[in-house]
Unconditional design. Structure first.
Length: 473
């Protein structure tokens, strides 16, 4: 077999070093004997001991140093693993500079054989960094908890704002008349919604304050923020429960005062049938303006009530205008030329506004006659019929006053030629004057009677419709 012989100077030097007695102590050689060249080093060391070059006890301390070095290397490896775990932590960016500095010190300790470096000190430093990472995680949990409060509160704030606007839109000054209970409840809701809005605003301020205390990786600040988040979340939950209750109450009122839809408008139109034109104005304007059905319903009721009062009687002015054809402001006296004659003389009929009275719907024809012709006034003031014996305006003419038993001619009438002619057939002439008066009075009473009959029918309509004015809930 051919063997290779060393030829180069480097190979010769290597063999010489391997053959030379091992430098160092026994402990180091024994620990290194497990490597490839350990046997030769051990043999060299034994040769030095046998020759007496160095006592054996001086060669043993190296083992202790080797053991400590192995322990330091094991500690370094453990620290490296912990450092690697810290670097992949989601919050490593919060302590990036501290981790980088620690890594440099760990590398230096490893390169210089842990000379002048205490592994326990490095371990304590890494404990501090790991604690910072845990606090960063706790801070993030606190931030998330505060964010959850925001997510719960913001919709509540929007709903509260919407409820306040809706409450404002529903409330009208007229509600105090047609819906006093709802008006009062809306006032209470306004106070409660305003207080709730302030409560939610305070909640937002508290969340901002708690969030501002974070960022310093302080255990106290983090604990405060987490506690605040829990309390504020509970406060927001309670505010939500209260808002639900307020919204239910507001919705009930809103539905009662919703804008009149097509079906409601049809019903209201039916209820308005029979109202006078002047009384239709307010309900029609409210309907055109998109008012609530309750408001329109109230206006319709009010109109019917006013018209109902008007159906109970014919006012004095109405009676006057009805029987004369003109208003009392134009004249308070009215004279009718009658077709009847007293012998050859014309007859006129006189009405006086001053003695006339209003007429109730329930009045009889006799009551109407008394009201028209002034039965309660003095005799000379009552309505009367005059025979124009001496001319229309002559005070000596014979007159018949309402509700008297006979005609009252003036005593000076009998001295005149016309008076003497009338006196020759006075009994028949007196009857003709009274009959002419009664005929005209009957005509006027019939005219008023017909209007009263219409009012009675209208009153029946008012009462019937009035009973159906309430909305079915």
């Amino acid at each position: 077999m051919r063997r290779r012989h060393p030829e180069t100077d480097e190979e010769l030097d290597t063999e010489a070093e391997a053959a030379a007695p091992a430098a160092g102590d026994l402990g180091s050689i024994l620990m290194g004997a497990q490597a490839g060249a350990g046997n030769a080093a051990l043999a060299g060391l034994m040769e030095r001991v046998e020759r007496g070059d160095a006592p054996a006890e001086e060669l043993l301390p190296g083992a202790e140093r080797e053991l400590r070095g192995a322990a330091d290397r094991a500690t370094g490896a453990a620290l490296q693993q912990r450092l690697a775990a810290a670097r992949v932590n989601p919050f490593a960016g919060r302590v990036e500079s501290e981790l980088a500095a620690f890594e440099r010190r760990l590398v230096d300790a490893r390169e210089y054989g842990w000379l002048g470096t205490d592994a326990s000190v490095l371990s304590a430093e890494l404990d501090t960094l790991e604690l910072s990472l845990r606090r960063a995680e706790e801070e993030e949990e606190a931030v998330q908890a505060l964010g959850a409060v925001d997510l719960r509160r913001r919709p509540l704030s929007e709903r509260t704002k919407k409820a306040i606007m809706e409450r404002t839109a529903i409330t009208k000054p007229g509600m105090l008349l047609y819906a006093p209970e709802d008006f009062q409840e809306l006032q209470e809701l306004d106070a409660q919604l305003t207080e709730l809005q302030k409560r939610l605003a305070d909640n937002q301020i508290a969340v901002t304050t708690a969030r501002g205390s974070l960022g310093g990786l302080s255990e106290v600040s983090t604990a405060y923020a987490r506690s605040a988040a829990a309390n504020l979340a509970e406060d927001a939950r309670k505010a939500g429960v209260l808002l639900d209750e307020l919204e239910v109450r507001l919705k009930a009122i809103s539905e009662r005062h919703a804008r009149a839809n097509a079906e409601d408008r049809d019903k209201l139109d039916q209820l308005m049938e029979g109202l006078e034109a002047r009384l239709l104005r307010e309900p029609r304007l409210a309907m055109a303006g998109g008012s609530s059905r309750q408001e329109i319903d109230y206006l319709v009721k009010a109109a019917w009530l006013e018209q109902h009062e008007a159906t109970q009687q014919l006012a004095k002015d109405e009676v006057w205008h009805l029987v004369t054809g003109f208003s009392a402001s134009e004249s308070r006296l009215c004279t009718f030329d009658l077709p009847e004659r007293m012998d050859r003389w014309r007859i006129h009929f006189s009405l006086d506004y001053a003695v006339m009275q209003a007429v109730d719907v329930g009045c009889s024809d006799q009551d109407v006659r008394d009201a028209l012709l002034g039965a309660t006034a003095g005799v000379q003031s009552r309505s009367h019929a005059t025979a124009e014996v001496l001319g229309q305006s002559d005070p000596r003419n014979p007159r018949y006053f309402y509700n008297t038993s006979r005609v009252t001619p003036h005593r000076d009438l009998w001295g005149t030629r016309e008076g003497k002619a009338a006196k020759r057939n006075w009994g028949a002439n007196e009857r003709k004057l009274i009959e002419a008066f009664d005929s005209k009075a009957d005509e006027l009473v019939e005219l008023v009677h017909d209007v009263l009959e219409q009012r009675k029918e209208l009153k029946a309509v008012v009462v019937k419709v009035g009973e159906s004015l309430s909305w079915a809930e």
